[in-house]
Design a binder for this molecule. Structure first.
Ligand code: HXC
Ligand code: NAP
Length: 293
């Protein structure tokens, strides 16, 4: 058994209808593929309909599943409402909203125009809010007895991070929304959870966060105690579990999947990792010698 293996049983998502925003590429595509393999019907949405159509056709032929491409810029509430109606028209219902769409790039904050900052906030925070509000209203109005919202955040949603300040600000808001609605909407049978992934290489993220030779200069695997980046299937395994009925009692949580990366940056003495094994004998002797004086 390996972390690249598929975790759940084949019918784990049979009968579920799932909407994945930003499902045409990267992690959204990987999660969609696994949802289809587990028997779900999936609508994938983003701004680029041609890309979505290509992805949907590819995934349908690989999985034999049913994947619906729908154009929708999450920044615009009316487009989100249309996307929801189109999903309902084709699939008859929707059980899961996966807020995965995002925009991000590295920049010193003082170099950002007001519009640049807004653009990231609008995609990540306003976009997740638009989808959550539209889907939540629908579920509550139609008295659907069970539904799930899964939000993809980042570990810097709670630590913050330099050079990606709009993204950190927005993801923190999404995390607050996750926890708030987990309580408020539980009475309607709506669960809200989040996943905070560490580094999972995708073209979308790496082009914008590690452009040029930055990906060689800053080897993300070196920042991770487990010394590797994430594999898309292990994220898909976690997401599938969190949107399945197996996780029915998980509500309001954020599950970190980062090999210990963020904690490595946090622990005050974690830098002692650099001390070679043979030096520890000497250090121990020095410490004990002081104690005896
Ligand atoms: C400074 C920049 C910039 C940059 C864009 N802008 N890129 N400013 N440095 N590198 C400014 C523009 O000049 C403009 O401001 C404003 O931002 C909007 O840019 P547009 O190109 O018009 O916006 P748009 O076409 O809507 O594209 C949005 C985008 C783009 C966010 C800029 O990168 C995008 O489409 N991203 C989607 C995919 C993505 O980001 N994936 C990565 C997710 S990874 P002005 O003032 O000139 O009008 C992630 C977490 C990773 O989220 C964590 C890893 C561990
Ligand atoms: P990605 O492939 O660039 O995915 C982002 C997706 O969002 C794209 O499919 C994009 O599609 C869509 N999108 C962007 N703006 C949109 C808008 N206005 N409306 C609708 N869709 C929009 O990058 P990724 O790495 O897979 O990221 C997926 C998620 O994981 C994001 O939430 C990201 O923050 C999170 N994450 C990633 C990592 C990582 O290491 N990769 C780490 C932590 C968190 P279009 O361009 O076609 O619109």
């Amino acid at each position: 058994m390996s972390y690249t293996d598929k975790m759940l049983r084949d019918d784990a998502l049979k009968g579920k209808v799932i909407v994945v925003t930003g499902g045409g590429s990267g992690l959204g595509k990987a999660m969609t593929k696994y949802f289809l393999e587990l028997g779900a019907q999936v609508a994938i949405t983003s701004r680029d309909l041609d890309k979505l159509k290509t992805t949907a056709a590819e995934l349908e032929s690989q999985t034999g599943g049913n994947c619906l491409p729908l154009q929708c810029d999450v920044r615009h509430y009316e487009e989100v409402e249309n996307m929801l109606q189109e999903t309902l028209k084709v699939f008859g219902k929707v059980d899961v909203l996966l807020n995965n769409a995002a925009g991000n790039f590295i920049s010193p904050t003082e170099r950002l125009s007001a519009n640049a900052f807004d653009t990231v906030i609008d995609i990540v925070l306003k976009g997740s809010k638009n989808c959550t509000l539209a889907f939540g209203k629908h579920w509550i109005d139609t008295k659907q007895t069970s539904a799930t919202i899964l939000n993809i955040v980042t570990t810097y949603a709670w630590t913050g991070s330099a050079y990606v300040v709009p993204s950190a600000t927005a993801k923190a808001g999404v995390l607050a929304m996750t926890r708030s609605l987990a309580v408020e909407w539980a009475k309607y049978g709506i669960r809200s959870n989040a996943i905070a992934p560490g580094p999972f290489p995708t073209k979308g993220a790496w082009d914008r966060l590690l452009p040029g030779d930055l990906s060689e200069k800053f080897d993300m695997a070196k920042k991770v105690p487990l010394k590797r980046v994430g594999d898309h299937q292990e994220l898909a395994n976690l997401a599938a579990y969190l949107v399945s009925d197996f996780s029915s009692y998980i509500n309001g949580d954020v599950i970190t999947i980062d090999g210990g990366e963020w904690l490595k940056g946090a622990g005050q003495f974690n830098l002692l990792e650099a001390i070679p094994e043979e030096l520890w004998d000497q250090l121990e002797m020095m410490i004990k010698a002081k104690k005896n004086k």
